[in-house]
Unconditional design. Structure first.
Length: 231
């Protein structure tokens, strides 16, 4: 998976469901993706939060990108605090948000990886995380071939991806390599937010602020299924 800034709960379901979680660092940074931004709840509607990235060549990988030197961490923290100060678990969760945002790491990939690991630990998940570049595979490989090579290098016999990647991979190609291909389908997950109607697919910050960590962990642990295809 690519690294994301405080991704939605389904990301952590995938992290919990596997024995090893590989984060891609040698892939291109995409400006309009979710690598360095996400959505929170502000006055009943979704709103973007962003970690600004320094202007640089579009050809650079995530691990070669840097956070903008003028990133106003206090402003971002004030925005999140203003959105959730009245949430039932603000006092327990905001220190995690502060620790992540105040990380002075200038490298985008290392900043995001640290944020994922901090949230993983807060949730009590013990799955190890490794960067894709830590495996010795042919750097010229791309897409499905790269994933299969990573699985082989990691000694994996099952590869699990998010349900959104179903169109990207061929089960027979994985089977030929001795690897079972599965996708994780998240179950329905709604909780009481500050107002109605429910706004789905927000950053995990939102779920942490409104749900007891025990109930969120129960959702992460069991409210999903692994499927071979879209049926």
């Amino acid at each position: 998976m690519q690294p994301y800034f405080f991704p939605y709960p389904g990301y952590f379901q995938l992290l919990q469901a596997v024995d090893l979680f590989i984060v891609h660092d040698r892939v291109k940074y995409t400006k309009k993706g979710w690598i360095n931004r996400n959505r929170i709840l502000v006055n009943g509607s979704d709103a973007l939060i962003t970690v600004p990235v320094r202007h640089d060549s579009d050809s650079l990988d995530i691990v070669e990108r840097s956070i903008a030197p003028d990133f106003d961490r206090a402003k971002l923290l004030n925005r999140i605090a203003g959105a959730y100060r009245g949430a039932p678990h603000f006092a327990q969760v905001f220190p995690l948000v502060e620790r992540v945002v105040n990380n002075a790491e200038p490298n985008l990939f290392r900043f995001l990886r640290a944020s994922i690991e901090a949230t993983r630990d807060f949730l009590g998940i013990d799955t190890p995380i490794r960067a894709a570049s830590s495996f010795a595979i042919d750097p010229a490989l791309r897409a499905q071939d790269k994933v299969i090579a990573l699985c082989r290098a990691a000694g994996a016999d099952i590869y699990v991806n998010a349900i959104g990647g179903m169109e990207l991979y061929s089960a027979p190609a994985f089977e030929a390599a001795g690897i079972t291909l599965r996708f994780i389908r998240q179950g329905a997950f709604e909780y009481r937010q500050a107002g109605a109607p429910f706004v789905p697919s927000l950053s995990i910050i939102d779920a942490l602020m409104f749900c007891p960590v025990e109930s969120l962990r129960a959702h992460i642990d069991g409210n999903y299924e692994l499927v071979a295809n879209g049926h």
